[in-house]
Design a protein around this ligand. Structure first.
Ligand code: PLP
Length: 371
C-alpha cells in the first residue's frame, strides 16, 4: 500500500466548498492586498495565541526576519539558536546582520536546551531564538528569565507549533505567548497551511508591534512615507481567506494528529530498536511531525521507499555543519546531541486524514524492517 507522508488533496476534498467560496469572495472584490481578511485572520491568531497583536507577513521566514531587523544588529552581534531546526531559523539571523550562535538540544524532545542557551551568552548576545520543534513547545518558562536577565529579545519560532500549548502553574500558555515575539508559518505542510507562502508574528509589546507593521510595508505605516527601509512582506488577502476558512478545523486536525501519535506510540513503545518521540510533561503536542529515532536509519529509509511508505528526514544536516556557515568554525563534535539526532531521526506520516489501514501499513513496514 502506498502511503504519502502528507495528503493535502484528501484535506482539500473535505473543505473544498468552504475554501473556494472564501477565495472567490476575494476574487470578486479584487482586493488582493491588505483586504479585510488579513485583519480578521490577525485577530483570530492573536486570540488563539493569547497575544495583544498579530501581524501578518509573507512567510514564516519573514516572520523571523522582521523582529530580528527590529533589533538593529551591528556587525558581530550574536543571536543564539538551535542547530537542529529548519534552515530559516538561522538564515533569518544572518540576513538581519547577526551572527548565529548554535546551541545543542535536549535529546529526548529535540528542543533547545535552556542550559546550553545560558552557557552561550556573551557580551555580544542580542537575542535568542527558540524553536518549538515538530509541534511541541520548548521550555520557554525557563528561557524567559534568562532573556530578561540579560536584556535579550526572545523569539519563539512556532512555525511548526501553532496552537500548541504548555501547562505552567496550572494555566495553559500558548506557543508564541511568552516570548518577545512568536512567529508562525502558513507553508502548506504546516498544521495550518495556506495555498502558498504566508506567515504571522504575535507580540504583547505595543511599540514592537508598530515597528513590525512598518517593517512589513517598506518601513512606513503611511503610504509613501518611510521612516526606515523595510520590506514588501504582506500576507496576501487570498492566503488570509484560505486560512480563515481552515482555522476552525485546526483544533480537530491537531487532535487527530495526536490520536495517530498515540497509536504509533503504542506500537513502538518498548521496542528494542525504535525509539518513539517523547512529549515533555505539561505539553500538548500538535505533531506537525512524528519523528522516531532508530539505528540503521538510512537502511530503514530505503526499505520504506521500496514499500511506498512516505517518510522524511528532518533534518539530515544540522545548521552548524552547513557549508554556508563554515566560517563560524563549527565541526563534527561541536553539538553532540544535535548530531546524534540528525543521524538517527526519521519522520512518519501523521496527517489528520491518515486512515487506520494506512497507519497499519506504516507500522508493519517499520517493525518488519527490525524483525
Ligand atoms: C517552516 C519553518 C520556517 C519557515 O517558514 P516559511 O513559511 O517556509 O518561510 C521557519 N522555522 C521553522 C522551524 C519551520 O519549520
Amino acid at each position: 500500500m502506498n502511503v504519502p507522508l502528507l495528503d493535502l488533496v484528501a484535506q482539500y476534498r473535505g473543505i473544498k466548498d468552504e475554501v473556494l467560496s472564501a477565495m472567490m469572495a476575494v476574487v470578486e472584490r479584487q482586493s488582493f492586498i491588505m483586504g479585510p481578511e488579513v485583519g480578521r485572520l490577525e485577530s483570530e491568531v492573536a486570540r488563539l495565541s493569547n497575544a495583544r497583536h498579530a501581524i501578518g507577513c509573507a512567510s514564516g521566514t519573514d516572520a523571523l526576519l522582521l523582529p530580528l531587523r527590529a533589533l538593529d544588529l551591528a556587525p558581530g552581534d550574536e543571536v543564539i539558536a538551535p542547530a537542529f531546526t529548519f534552515f530559516a531559523t538561522a538564515g533569518a539571523i544572518h540576513n538581519a546582520g547577526g551572527k548565529p550562535v548554535f546551541v545543542d538540544i535536549d535529546p529526548a524532545t529535540f528542543n533547545v536546551s535552556p542550559a546550553a542557551i545560558e552557557a552561550a551568552i556573551t557580551p555580544r548576545t542580542r537575542g535568542i531564538v527558540v524553536v518549538h520543534l515538530f509541534g511541541q513547545m520548548a521550555p520557554v518558562e525557563q528561557i524567559v528569565p534568562i532573556a530578561k536577565r540579560h536584556g535579550l529579545m526572545l523569539i519563539e519560532d512556532a512555525a511548526q507549533a501553532i496552537g500548541a500549548r504548555r501547562k505552567l502553574d496550572g494555566a495553559w500558555r500558548m506557543a508564541g505567548e511568552l516570548g518577545t515575539v512568536g512567529t508562525f508559518s502558513f507553508f502548506p505542510s504546516k498544521n495550518l497551511g495556506g495555498y502558498g507562502d504566508g506567515g504571522m508574528m504575535v507580540t504583547q509589546d505595543d511599540a514592537l508591534a508598530d515597528r513590525l507593521r512598518k517593517l512589513r510595508l517598506h518601513g512606513g505605516a503611511r503610504q509613501y512615507h518611510h521612516d526606515e527601509v523595510g520590506y514588501n512582506s504582506r500576507l496576501d488577502t487570498l492566503q488570509a481567506a484560505v486560512l480563515l476558512a481552515k482555522l476552525p478545523h485546526l483544533g480537530a486536525w491537531s487532535a487527530t494528529r495526536a490520536r495517530h501519535a498515540k497509536r504509533y506510540d503504542a506500537a513502538f513503545t518498548g521496542h528494542p530498536a525504535v525509539c518513539p518521540p517523547r512529549t515533555d510533561p505539561g505539553n500538548e503536542h500538535i505533531y506537525n511531525q512524528y519523528t522516531i529515532r532508530v539505528p540503521q536509519r538510512d537502511a530503514l529509509k530505503a526499505t520504506l521507499q521500496t514499500h511506498g511508505i512516505g517518510h522524511a528526514i528532518y533534518y539530515p544536516l544540522a545548521l552548524h555543519l552547513q557549508p554556508c556557515f563554515e566560517h563560524l568554525g563549527y565541526g563534527r563534535g561541536s553539538l553532540p546531541a544535535t548530531e546524534a539526532a540528525m543521524d538517527s531521526v526519521i519522520s512518519l506520516p501523521i496527517f489528520p486524514e491518515l486512515t487506520g489501514e494506512q497507519q497499519d501499513a506504516v507500522i508493519a513496514a517499520v517493525l518488519g524492517f527490525y524483525a
